[in-house]
Design a binder for this molecule. Sequence first.
Ligand SMILES: Nc1ncnc2c1ncn2[C@@H]1O[C@H](COP(=O)(O)OP(=O)(O)O)[C@@H](O)[C@H]1O
Ligand SMILES: C[C@@](O)(CCOP(=O)(O)O)CC(=O)O
Ligand SMILES: [Mg+2]
Length: 414
Amino acid sequence: MQEVALPDVDSILISAPGKVILFGEHAVVYGKSAVAASLGLRTYAWMRPTGDQTVTLRLPDICSSAIQWDLTALSDFVTSHNVVSSCEPTSLTDNKEAAAQPLLKSIAMVPGARQASLAFLHLYTSLFKEPQGIEVCVRSALPVGAGLGSSASYSVCIAAGLLALNGYVKMPKMSNTAYDATELKLVNDWAFVSEKVIHGNPSGVDNAVSTYGGAMLYTNGKMEPLNGFKSIQFILTDTCVPKNTKAQVENVRIRRVQFGPILDPLMDSMQGISNTCKDLFGALEQSDITLSDVLTGMEELVDMNHCILAACGVSHPSLERIRQLTARYGLRSKLTGAGGGGCALTLLRDDTGVDLIEKVKSELRAESFRCFETSVGCHGVRWASLPLDSKDWMDHWKHFVENRNVDWNILSNI
Ligand SMILES: Nc1ncnc2c1ncn2[C@@H]1O[C@H](COP(=O)(O)OP(=O)(O)O)[C@@H](O)[C@H]1O
Ligand SMILES: C[C@@](O)(CCOP(=O)(O)O)CC(=O)O
Ligand SMILES: [Mg+2]
């Protein structure tokens, strides 16, 4: 096999944020607008060329043993499927997916691992000119499959790392994290390709937020910054009921086929909600209204958006329970992300006291829900090569992989 030199790097660390959708999930799949922002909770990936004959993928969040392929099997796969390596984003075809089945046998029974490794394999075989031995480990501070965009942040991490390993995007050192617009677009486009493998028919909002960070109104690939978002505070609560975005998106598709004249106006209504939200933020920026006015408007939008999503068939008794429980304290909640389980967001008012917030959270926890403390509007994807003498970094990384929620300042810089 012809040897192709990889960039002279020891290893690369990549990170990408999760997201919260305030309004417009599912409708955004049909070209309507969604209001979304990045979260302080991130996914991290570490990659290194090994020079040996194996590709090793470690996904400790979802799979306890490492997934491994030898280069001969990967070369046969690449050759038999005429895969031409290029940085031009290309979707996984049905033929290539079928041909990949033997490579996925060992993890077929692990929920989520099949899609995650298929997405990785597709990007790896598309971007590497010749299969090369590499080792990859992905670990997330986000709950996986809970509506906070873990699949998008996973996709952004593997896209950025594999592009960087192949020299398609520059590899900054830790201290310099400036990426140009072309590089970010390439990462976002490949992350979308990966999201398609995981979700089937994603809108692109999650990978866009994870790539670019901040808060935005997202419509069919168009991103408009929404500065007002950062002044909104909420509680994020995981019902801990597992959900699968692909299945929820498919359920809405089927319902839309069955009840088009009913579902289409619901999608239009969600567009109206996102438009109204944008107008409220706009008026706030012009100082035409106060934050309190914005929140009064938002409370109604949260309620209406949730009920429309419920009519689309993507609520769950546990999400309704969170709405009920928080309503007792005058707070409004809605599902966020794909629904059917996963997370709810509860809007807080500017005058909601700390004591009340703590009381609500402790009631939620008493019902075995999990509440997250995090910030919104954080930076998007970052990648950088680690110093060659990276023993310290490796120690930190291993610690993070083992302890997941460890508060590690060095990691938070990337
Ligand atoms: N940290 C991770 N490691 C491996 N795979 C991941 C990770 N995070 C997400 N995924 C992939 O994404 C899937 C969850 O995606 P999805 O159903 O869209 O939920 P979410 O709301 O978290 O994006 C997982 O089953 C897995 O295939
Ligand atoms: C339901 C949807 O609007 C968001 C899904 O987000 P998540 O995978 O549940 O985090 C789908 C999409 O926009 O691709
Ligand atoms: Mg997802």
